[in-house]
Design a protein around this ligand. Sequence first.
Ligand SMILES: O=C(O)[C@@H](O)C(=O)COP(=O)(O)O
Ligand SMILES: [Zn+2]
Length: 215
Amino acid sequence: MSTKETKTREAICALGAKLAARGLCPGTSGNISARIDDGWLMTPTNSSLGELLPGQLSKLDLSGKHVGGDPPTKEALLHRSVYDVRPKDGAIVHLHCTHAVAISCLDPSCHHNKETTLPPITPYFVMRVGKLPLVPYFKPGDPKLADAIRDYAKGHRAVLLANHGPVVAGTSLSAASASIEELEETAKLHLLLQGFKVRLLSEAQVHEVEEAFPS
Ligand SMILES: O=C(O)[C@@H](O)C(=O)COP(=O)(O)O
Ligand SMILES: [Zn+2]
C-alpha cells in the first residue's frame, strides 16, 4: 500500500472522529470518501464515523468494484457520480447533521428560492458553501438518487438531499469538512433567525466575497 493511501486512510478516520465528537453524525449515519491513485476509499456501510479503523475502510477500484475492506456505504454510487462531475475534487462528506436535515425537510416554499435552500447570511457561508440546491427525494442508496445528483453537483460543491441531508465535495478531506461544518452552522443560524427581520448580504456583497475568495 502506498504512503499516500495509508495517510488518506488515517485522515478519513481522524475526520470521522472529529465529526462524531462534534455531534454531526448520529448513530451510523453519514459517509466519507476520498480519491486515491487507483480508485476510492469509502466508509463501510453501517459504520459509526466516530469508530472507524483504517484497515476496515472499503476500497473501490477505478471501475467502482469493491476490492478491499468491509462492504462500502450504500451511497457508493452517489459518491462516484459526484466525483464524475467534479473531477477537481478529491473528497466527499455526507452527514445527517440536525439543522441541515431540518432544512431538507421543509416544504420547498419555505426555502430561500429555487436555486438555494439557504440564503447568504454571512460571508463565510458564501466562501465555504455558496448556493445550496435541493436534490429531489429518493430513498437512500437508490441508483436514481446517484443519477439525480449529477445535475446539481456539476455546478455546486454542496447539495442538500430532500428529507435526508447534505452532501459536500472538496479538493481535500479538510476542505469538504470545513464546508459541511459551515453549512450546518448556517442552517442552525437560519432556523434561529426565524421570526426576526433578517438583513441578508446583497447581491453585490456576495459577488465581492466570491471575487475576493474564489473557491
Ligand atoms: O441515509 C442513509 O441511509 C445513508 O445515506 C447514510 O447516511 C448511511 O448509510 P451507510 O453509509 O450505508 O452506512
Ligand atoms: Zn444519509
